[in-house]
Design a protein around this ligand. Structure first.
Ligand code: ADP
Ligand code: MG
Length: 678
């Protein structure tokens, strides 16, 4: 079929258009057809000229007269036309389209759609769409699609490229299984594609949109449900739930678990006592005490004679966990080893030896844990911190290392709203810690407009003078570590020359080598720096109780959930803590969005607001992974999500049925591979 053909081969698409289409990531016919309209103008109602009122209008008319003239400013050419029907006459004006006089000479029958407005107390129709009345209108007299555009490529041109292709849309292969079409009462692919680009009615358009929304959700949900069922067929090491072990663990800690921690721990321990691998996500706001729960799970595994591994995204975090957990676990009689990339070859070798022989019970490290040289005597539980889940390839590696699939626990501080839990995270069971340990202080949060900068700096300096420390986070620059590093360095210099001349300032960014970055973080942690200027990499995990101020530059560029995570880096000590969000703008939508942070400390609530305002890809930063390529599906449409989930669950429960649909299988497999986030 012609979907893979280059757009070059289409009539009317010249080299310039090819270039411009590429800017919209369109190179093939399939991608062009996949370019859905952003919205529609409903010009379907044709009315007599006499009964036109201000607003969107469409009428059928004959050209009486048409002529070009130059405006006073020489550059502007004006085309004026008089159009008439049986009921009246109307004057129409266009700018810089002198060729219209040739296309629509007097006597021509035309269709015109546009916006009738009052101009100098006269009703006027400026620059309407006009085309010959030949029974097959593209730009007038119908529901007209408006596309995402790019410079030099208008919706009108895109319609010109796309509409002729639709005559053959019904020959295109169906992309959903027949069972799904039937159960969901969905329009077939070809019809839906035609209706989304060239709606024949509002109702048909709605059906088309529903079909594609359903399709997007179907694939994401099918992939996650299949992963879930595949994990259920694996054999896991059984870790008996021993209440005495839990009691001893609690006694060895200097605090009692909160009720929420206890409940989550219970769910985890239950899972691990089964023969099937656990695949659970532990979700809890920054500081809610996920590590303690993970440590209890690890202790249970070790008491059952198995090893556990805790994997974290950065070395500094690994070292921090190592420093905290080692003494606790030692009291309980277990041996912990660190395994990170920057260790000497000798240290690594020693750690490896202990893991392979089983003398070490818990290992804490970065992705180095998954590297080839590392083998385990009897790995039973793997915990991954600050990442959403294990990818397919990670699971495979772990299976090889452990001999069977170990129990898997992911931990995240990013709240997962229910609709996401049912779709993208449908393969995971979820436990939530929805309560903070006692005595936690809230962080005073304030939006700072450009003109309040100086007074904010003064306030900060009084805090630094008392021995507190500050994080400064520079604006997010997507896709460029180089630019981001530059902006961090420039900001540090600006602060060092101006408001904080007398303070010690360090920088960390993604261009530093891990060892350099750890060294700077270490100096900040030891109080040898007053200010740390950074990119949002500090988002993850670190715990520096004396740092009580978080200053975010260009806050409007961040999502609420990301800002909330940054805010979670402070307020960990006994000092009053302040999160200052510097914005480049006053007022406006972005500003109002950020005000939610002043009002609430509830990460779950903030993620929900983010989801509604900005969509899931923005929050979870996975756009590039394509998992969340939901263009028409609205995750806040819980009814649709629930319905798709039910229908999809029935379908994937019959693997035989799926084999009949190679197109479907291939797409699901692609999505399954993509769930790896590393
Ligand atoms: P998270 O990983 O969820 O951000 P941590 O596990 O690092 O949170 O815990 C944050 C801090 O709270 C740690 O210093 C930890 O010792 C402490 N903490 C955890 N649970 C409790 C509890 N139940 N009571 C008191 N303090 C706790
Ligand atoms: Mg943590």
């Amino acid at each position: 079929m012609y979907l893979d053909r280059s757009v070059e081969t289409l009539k009317g698409v010249g080299p310039l258009a090819v270039k411009r289409l590429a800017r919209l990531k369109i190179t093939t016919v399939g991608e062009l057809l996949n370019h859905y309209p952003r919205r529609y103008d409903d010009f379907s109602n044709i009315i007599p000229i006499r009964s036109m009122r201000p607003g969107l209008v469409t009428f059928r008319a004959e050209v009486v007269a048409i002529a070009n003239r130059r405006a006073r400013s020489r550059r502007l050419s004006i085309t004026e036309a008089i159009l008439t029907d049986e009921t009246g006459t109307v004057k129409v004006v266009w700018f810089n389209q002198p060729y219209l006089t040739r296309s629509f000479p007097p006597g021509k029958r035309v269709l015109v759609s546009g916006k009738l407005e009052f101009k100098n107390s006269d009703l006027a129709l400026q620059s309407p769409a006009i085309e010959e009345d030949n029974g097959d209108p593209k730009h007038t007299a119908r529901i007209v699609p408006i596309y995402p555009e790019t410079e030099g490529l208008t919706s009108k041109q895109l319609r010109g490229f796309i509409m002729p292709l639709l005559h053959r849309a019904r020959e295109l292969p169906e992309t959903l299984p027949a069972e799904i079409l039937k159960a969901g009462k969905l329009a077939p692919f070809g019809e839906a594609l035609t209706e989304i680009h060239a709606p024949s009615s509002r109702q048909k358009l709605e059906q088309a949109r529903r079909r594609f929304a359903f399709e997007e959700l179907f694939y994401v949900i099918a992939a996650s449900l299949i992963i879930k069922s595949e994990i259920k067929t694996e054999q896991a090491p059984v870790i008996p739930l021993d209440a005495d072990v839990a009691k001893k663990f609690t006694a060895a800690q200097d605090f009692d678990l909160t009720d929420a921690q206890r409940k989550a721990a219970w769910q985890i321990l239950q899972d691990m006592s089964g023969e099937r691998p656990m695949n659970r996500l532990l979700e809890g706001d920054v500081g809610s005490g996920k590590t303690a729960v993970a440590a209890l799970a690890a202790t249970m595994a070790m008491a059952g004679g198995l090893q556990a591994a805790l994997m974290v995204p950065t070395e500094i975090l690994a070292k921090q966990h190592f420093a905290r957990l080692t003494p606790l676990l030692k009291r309980l009689g277990y041996q912990t080893v660190l395994l990170v990339g920057s260790q000497t070859a000798k240290a690594k070798q020693e750690a490896n030896k202990q893991l392979a022989s089983g003398t070490a019970h818990l290992t804490i490290g970065t992705h180095a844990l998954l590297s080839e040289g590392v083998s385990f005597a009897n790995l039973g539980l793997v915990i991954i911190d600050e990442q959403h889940r294990f990818g397919v390839s990670q699971r495979q590696t772990l299976k090889t290392k452990a001999g069977c699939l170990p129990h898997l626990l992911s931990m995240t501080a990013t709240p997962i709203p229910r609709s996401l839990a049912l779709t993208v995270y449908g393969d995971l069971d979820i436990s939530v810690i929805d309560e903070m340990p006692p005595g936690r202080k809230s962080v005073a949060t304030k939006l700072v407009e450009p003109d309040k900068r100086d007074s904010a700096y003064k306030f900060i300096d009084t805090q630094l003078a008392r021995g507190r420390q500050m994080f400064v986070v520079c604006p997010l620059i997507e896709d460029s570590h180089v630019l981001e590093a530059k902006s961090v360095t420039a900001e540090a210099e600006r602060l060092a020359k101006g408001p904080f001349k007398h303070r010690r300032i360090g920088v960390v960014h993604g261009r530093l080598k891990p060892a350099e970055r750890d060294a700077v973080m270490g100096r900040f942690a030891d109080g040898k720096l007053d200010i740390l200027v950074a990119t949002s990499v500090i988002e993850v995990g670190v715990d520096i109780p004396n740092a009580s101020i978080m200053l975010v530059e260009g806050a409007e560029r961040f999502g609420l959930a990301a800002l909330h995570q940054l805010r979670g880096r402070i307020g960990r000590g006994t000092h009053s803590s302040y999160c200052l969000l510097f914005t480049g703008t006053e007022g406006g939508d972005a500003f109002r969005r950020l005000q939610a942070l002043e009002r609430t400390q509830d990460g779950f609530r903030l993620a929900q607001i983010d989801l509604e305002l900005r969509g899931p890809g923005e929050i979870y930063g996975q756009k590039q992974h394509g998992i969340l390529d939901l263009r028409l599906a609205d995750l806040s449409d819980t009814k649709l999500v629930a319905s798709v989930r039910n229908i999809t669950a029935d379908f994937v429960a019959e693997p035989q049925a799926m084999l009949q649909y190679p197109i479907v299988l291939e797409r699901i497999n692609r999505l399954k591979a993509m769930t790896s986030l590393d």
